[in-house]
Ligand binder design. Structure first.
Ligand code: FMN
Length: 351
């Protein structure tokens, strides 16, 4: 166990005494500095070695960082150094936007959960592509996913333009692209999961994708990130479209608007997406359903409420090939990565 992991309960006490968004930015900046000045370079990475494949791509281990923690791609090397097998940055939109009014991140410590309503605050695709130039993470053959979305003021009928715009820009730099249509914090965004919208969106994305793959002589896989609040019929519709359009992966899931299991807790009534422990079962059900519908054909990345190694294992047993963490990292510290690794290593197919 590293010093950081051992002392994390104390570090957490200090971090949790500060406003959630302020401490988020502060932590990223400290992580970057300590990485830069070599304190953390004795990588935790080497001990978490479980070579596997995600959407046909090689990864050192199948434990990734979920989107939203490093929205602007400013901390890739330092975060990667914590032991992750892949890092997803974003959500990135065509133009920079500030997001919703603050405060907009709320902790629910008794439930190991967070509610956020950030609303895709990000520096815009051009600046973010600038930020990620020359990262060491990719130079060392590690995977970087770029998660893309639409600007808040782009009408739904034009949403596909925002996604194809970001796809074209990000394509040369990304190892995979995640299409986020499931954040509850951009008005009506989740309607893009409806059959007709999704058919139109995926048709346009795949047309663009085909041209890009030809132009760059490089195939960059695409994953669709979906909500945990879908009913069975919607999951079936989405699965059919994923198969029809040959989408490479599905990230299940984003945050939930449900407040089940946390009704009595402080902050439960804040609007936004709930992440962390109360989300685990919901996401797990979506993964199971997806697995029964899409079998081996599409990679499932299991995300949502992984706060312990046991939950990571359940995601893999339900059909996920890889997992992603966010809230678990906040509550448990970087030690959660090794904990997940220890619990899933026997279940991962390393072929
Ligand atoms: C503060 C915060 C911001 C997030 N921002 C994004 C985002 O920009 N794009 C996205 O696809 N998901 C975003 N997410 C969702 C996470 O990527 C993840 O899908 C979700 O939190 C469930 O995983 P978890 O329970 O391990 O946190 C965010 C989550 C949190 C807590």
């Amino acid at each position: 166990m590293s010093i950081i992991s051992r002392s994390y309960p104390i570090i957490r006490k200090i971090l949790f005494s500060i406003d959630a968004e302020k401490v988020h930015n502060l932590t990223l900046s400290i992580l970057n500095k300590t990485y830069k000045y070599n304190f953390l370079r004795k990588s935790l990475h080497s001990s978490i070695n479980l070579p596997s494949k995600i959407m046909g791509l090689d990864v050192k281990n199948p434990i990734g960082l979920a989107a939203g923690l490093d929205k602007n791609g400013e901390c890739i090397d330092a975060l990667g150094n914590l032991g992750f097998g892949f890092i997803e940055i974003g959500t990135v939109t065509p133009y920079a936007q500030k997001g919703n009014q603050k405060p907009r991140i709320f902790r629910l410590p008794k439930a190991n959960a967070i509610i956020n309503r950030l609303g895709f605050n990000n520096q815009g695709i051009d600046k973010i592509l600038d930020n990620i130039q020359n990262n060491e993470w990719q130079k060392n053959n590690n995977l970087l996913g770029i998660n893309i979305g639409k600007n808040f003021n782009t009408e739904l009928k034009n949403a596909a333009d925002d996604y194809t715009y970001c796809l074209k820009k990000a394509y040369p730099y990304a190892d995979y692209i995640a299409i986020n249509i499931s954040s509850p914090n951009t008005k009506n965004l989740r309607d893009l999961q409806n059959k007709d919208y999704l058919e139109n969106l995926l048709t346009k994305i795949k047309e663009t994708h085909k041209k890009l793959a030809d132009n760059y002589s490089k195939y960059v896989p695409i994953a669709l990130k979906i909500s945990p609040d879908l009913i069975n019929e919607e999951i079936e519709d989405i699965s059919k479209l994923l198969l029809k359009h040959r989408i490479d992966g599905v990230i299940a899931t984003n945050t939930t608007i449900s407040r089940k299991k946390i009704e009595t807790l402080k902050n439960h009534d804040q609007s936004g997406g709930l992440s962390g422990a109360p989300l685990h079962e919901l996401s797990l059900n979506v993964i199971r359903r997806l697995k029964s519908l899409i079998g081996q054909e599409i990679t499932i990345i299991g995300t949502g409420g992984i706060i312990s190694g046991q939950q990571a294992r359940e995601k893999i047993e339900a059909g996920a090939t890889a997992i992603q963490l966010y809230t678990g990292l906040i509550y448990k510290g970087p030690g959660i990565i090794k904990e997940c690794f220890d619990m899933i290593k026997e279940n991962i197919n390393t072929d």
